[in-house]
Design a binder for this molecule. Structure first.
Ligand code: AMP
Ligand code: MN
Ligand code: ZN
Length: 847
């Protein structure tokens, strides 16, 4: 702005000439932004015009240059300009040595410097504009005023000691901002398990049990020798494979049985008497951060008939999120429990939390239920959710602050809801805020029950309804986010973005990079690379690393750190040809079948798919079916068959409409159009499919299809994917794997001939590049296979002969999956019921 000031005299029309107004000037000489912008634009336009009218290279320039006077003039002006640019760049903190470059080779470098600097400047402008517009793009948590953040700790917190692996050492350094709070993960006794495996309940002691824990749960995974270097879920799986345990139990809700058999509490059958809350000032409030105090809290809780619970959670600087605080209020006392400090001990509260005689009052417990399971191994039996009560009463607004205002006339300040709850020592304002979340809740519970009673005409129906809804929430299981090859599609679909194949590839690669890094660094995916930035990079496909930076505002630290890695991924995507016919179809089918809106074929649903079911395309684009109706279809039932026919019809319709697209093998496919079309087609298919009823349903054996509808959505049934996916692979690894696979496939074909060692080879397919636990698993599966007799009901399809994309590389896992289910069936009858008991297993807890 200073430099523009020096030239502004020539441009009086925009100047502020009223001396009285000088104090209100936007900047010296300009009365407002508009005046400044107009002036700036005028200057830029004039400069551009002037430069355009200079003699051009290859035109008159060479002629003019033969005059020494012209040459000299150009050099001085050029130097002056470079100096000026250097200064501007320097002012913005960019690399700025424009002048002392070799004149011949330096041009490109200079150009790069200018581009870089432009990016940086524009980024700053963007941030300032956002700030000015009040758009708060930072998702970073709020800090209380005056809070001094503790010292930054730079460490690799989620890596096992000594396991340096082959990773580059640079990966262990990371940029941490001064805003960072000490990572609580560093102090956790049990390391966070971000591996790509389903969540297994942390519980190993089950108070108030009617049905005892499965025996694999009663031994902590760490105590088993096979578990030393594998994630908990995988260790449990291996253990289960060894001991032939019931696989469903391993991932099941530990209190499912107790919740299913929970009797309606008596107090719901009569009109309640509200009990006024004690004033804050007269109520004792303790901060609990040691085991002794926690035990005392537990003692008190087990003697009550109801208490209120709430949690505070942090999800920005952790992959799975961290429960930071637990607030509990009885009628007499408030407790603020440090769940970071007592993370490994809080399980003892299960004694009160799962006691069916004690009501646990929550407000909006959906997330709390999951957080309790995920971090603390806690479960709730007999809950009353005031949020559900408020909904049932149609109170209009259902937030806690609304209820507090309504029943207690308390104005609560929800400002700290999104505070960084990892902060220790807990600032007083946050402490008070947290306390208020449960202090009044029992009284709110009383008042809501009275209203439910009255609105329900003195009948308990509404109360029971809320109780049932609350129970449905308690029975929810925490599900760990699992990365699959098509998870990126779920996100893309939500964004409603139509991408071409290059963009789609970029998006897929970025998604996978982000997931891997987030798990490894124990950061949220939003911290690593927010969705909108990922979309923008995929959309633009920047040619230069700086372009990637320019897509991000503000630039996430890990993006800045790994921008070259990202650049390679984008480059890789750019190298993708736009799809050719065959691939296009392969892709379209793949994509189409993965849409969950239409339950066609799940990619992992092996029961319904055989290679012959998929349409093949002749080179001239005509669609024909190798076979639709085969014996398998009859077993599958009418509706599946119909769904399949619908799909094929739609595909054939597509091929007619978009005939030109598929008639020429070399022709490029416009994925935009294709996806757009498929979306319409899907809607159509959805409607058609929905209108079908299966007239043969009653004749179908209830459980004969070896994947139940629910099981499909249960991570435990995805277990066969685990060994492949629990650890993400690098791009190079993947490429190597593809080559290795080709080789193996050829070998496998040969070995299919009589006397071939097919099984062994297939199982070793992923052996080269997959991690160690995988091998173990494979071995376990192989061993099983040798021992088991061939099944009567189901013969697995020989996937080694199929090269359909969806199943590429899954043979061993499909096989394992089958084994798992077989074991599960065999064990089903063994489930035994126990007494209602509290069974602590011997020895000190390792938690
Ligand atoms: P509360 O039950 O209101 O105390 O909220 C519990 C936790 O949920 C907070 O600590 C936050 O981590 C999270 N949370 C609550 N409200 C929001 C929100 N609007 N957006 C994101 N996270 C929230
Ligand atoms: Mn809450
Ligand atoms: Zn809260």
């Amino acid at each position: 702005m200073d430099s523009s000031n020096s030239t502004k005299q020539n441009n009086n029309q925009f100047l502020n000439e009223d001396p009285a107004d000088v104090d209100n000037e936007f900047c010296p000489g300009f009365k407002d932004v508009d005046a400044f912008v107009k002036y700036g634009l005028g200057t830029v336009v004039a400069a551009t015009k002037a430069s355009a009218s200079l003699p051009q290279v290859g035109d008159e320039y060479d002629l003019y240059r033969s005059f020494p006077g012209f040459q000299e003039f150009c050099e001085t002006q050029g130097d002056g300009l470079l100096h000026c640019m250097s200064q501007i760049m320097h002012h913005h903190g960019c690399r700025a040595h424009m002048r002392d470059r070799n004149k011949l080779t330096g041009l490109e470098e200079r150009f790069d410097l200018v581009v870089d600097s432009n990016d940086v400047i524009l980024e700053k402008v963007g941030i300032l504009l956002d700030d000015a517009a009040g758009v708060n793009r930072s998702q970073q948590p709020v800090m209380p005023a005056g809070f001094q953040p503790p010292k930054i700790v730079v460490s690799s917190w989620n890596r096992k000691g000594g396991d340096s692996g082959s990773g580059r050492s640079s990966e262990t350094f990371r940029l941490l901002q001064a805003k960072n709070v000490t990572r609580p993960q560093l102090k956790f006794l049990e390391k966070v398990d971000n591996s790509n495996t389903p969540f297994t309940p942390k519980i190993f002691v089950k108070p108030n049990a009617i049905k005892p824990l499965p025996s694999c749960k009663s031994l902590r995974s760490r105590q088993r020798p096979e578990d030393l270097d594998v994630p908990a879920a995988l260790a449990d799986f291996i253990h289960q494979q060894r001991t032939q345990e019931h696989v469903e139990d391993m991932f099941a809700h530990p209190y499912q049985y107790e919740l299913d058999h929970l009797a309606l509490p008596e107090n719901l059958l009569s009109k309640p008497e509200p009990q006024m809350y004690k004033p804050l000032a007269e109520t004792k409030c303790s901060f609990i951060d040691n085991l002794e105090d926690l035990v005392a809290v537990n003692e008190k809780l087990t003697k009550t008939s109801e208490f209120a619970v709430d949690l505070e959670h942090h999800s920005y600087r952790s992959f799975l999120g961290i429960t930071c605080l637990m607030q509990i209020s009885t009628r007499d006392e408030d407790f603020i429990i440090d769940t970071l400090e007592l993370r490994s001990e809080l399980y003892i509260l299960n004694e009160a939390f799962t006691d069916p005689a004690i009501v646990k009052v929550f407000h909006g417990a959906d997330s709390d239920i999951e957080w309790l399971q995920k971090d603390l191994g806690l479960y709730i039996v007999n809950m009353f959710d005031t949020h559900q009560a408020s909904r049932t009463l149609n109170l209009g607004r259902h937030s806690l602050d609304h209820l507090l205002k309504l029943f207690c006339n308390v104005d609560s300040d929800k400002r700290y809801q999104l505070a960084d709850w990892r902060i220790r020592p807990l600032p007083d304002e946050m402490f008070q805020y947290a306390r208020a979340d449960t202090h009044y809740l029992l009284y709110v519970y009383d008042r809501l029950r009275v209203d439910l009673w009255e609105v329900g005409n003195g009948q308990p129906a509404l109360l029971q309804m809320v109780w049932h809804k609350s129970k449905d929430i308690s029975v929810k299981k925490y599900m760990k986010p699992l990365f699959t090859e098509d998870s990126y599609m779920d996100l893309l679909r939500k964004q409603k973005k139509a991408f071409n194949t290059q963009q789609l590839t970029a998006f897929r690669l970025l998604y996978s990079w982000r997931d891997k890094l987030a798990r490894q660094e124990d950061e949220s995916t939003g911290y690593v690379l927010p969705n909108h930035m990922m979309i923008k990079i995929s959309d633009i496909l920047p040619k230069e690393p700086q372009g990637i930076i320019a897509c991000c505002n503000p630039v996430p630290p890990l993006v800045r750190q790994q921008v070259n890695e990202l650049h390679l991924l984008v480059q890789q995507a750019r190298e993708m040809p736009l799809l050719k016919v065959r691939h296009a179809w392969g892709h379209a089918i793949h994509w189409f079948f993965l849409q969950p809106e239409i339950p066609l074929f799940g990619p992992h649903d092996t029961s319904r798919v055989s290679e012959s079911d998929f349409p093949s395309f002749t080179p001239n684009g005509k669609i024909y079916l190798k076979s639709i109706v085969n014996i398998n279809s009859v077993v599958l039932g009418y509706s599946q068959l119909n769904k399949r026919i619908c799909t094929l019809r739609l595909l054939s319709e597509l091929s007619t409409k978009k005939g030109a697209l598929f008639s020429d093998e070399e022709q490029e496919v416009d994925m935009h159009k294709m996806m757009g079309h498929l979306t319409v087609a899907q809607q159509k298919a959805g409607r058609v499919v929905e209108s079908f009823q299966n007239p043969f349903r009653m004749y179908l054996p209830s459980n004969d299809i070896h994947i139940s509808k629910n099981a499909k959505f249960d991570p435990s049934t995805k277990i066969y994917e685990i060994s492949k996916r629990w650890k993400l692979q690098s791009v190079e690894q993947q490429q190597k794997e593809v080559e290795a696979k080709k080789k193996v496939k050829e070998e496998a074909k040969e070995s299919l001939k009589p006397g071939g060692k097919k099984r062994e080879r297939v199982a070793s397919e992923t052996g080269e590049s997959t991690p160690k636990p995988n091998k173990k698993l494979m071995k376990a599966a192989e061993k099983k296979n040798e021992d088991s007799t061939p099944p009567l009901v189901f013969k697995p399809y020989d996937y080694s002969q199929s090269d359909f994309k969806v199943f590429a590389g899954t043979q061993p896992h499909v096989f394992m999956f089958y084994l798992t289910l077989k074991n599960a069936k065999a064990q089903k009858s063994n489930a035994c019921a126990g007494n209602r008991s509290m069974s602590f297993f011997g020895g000190k807890s390792v938690r």
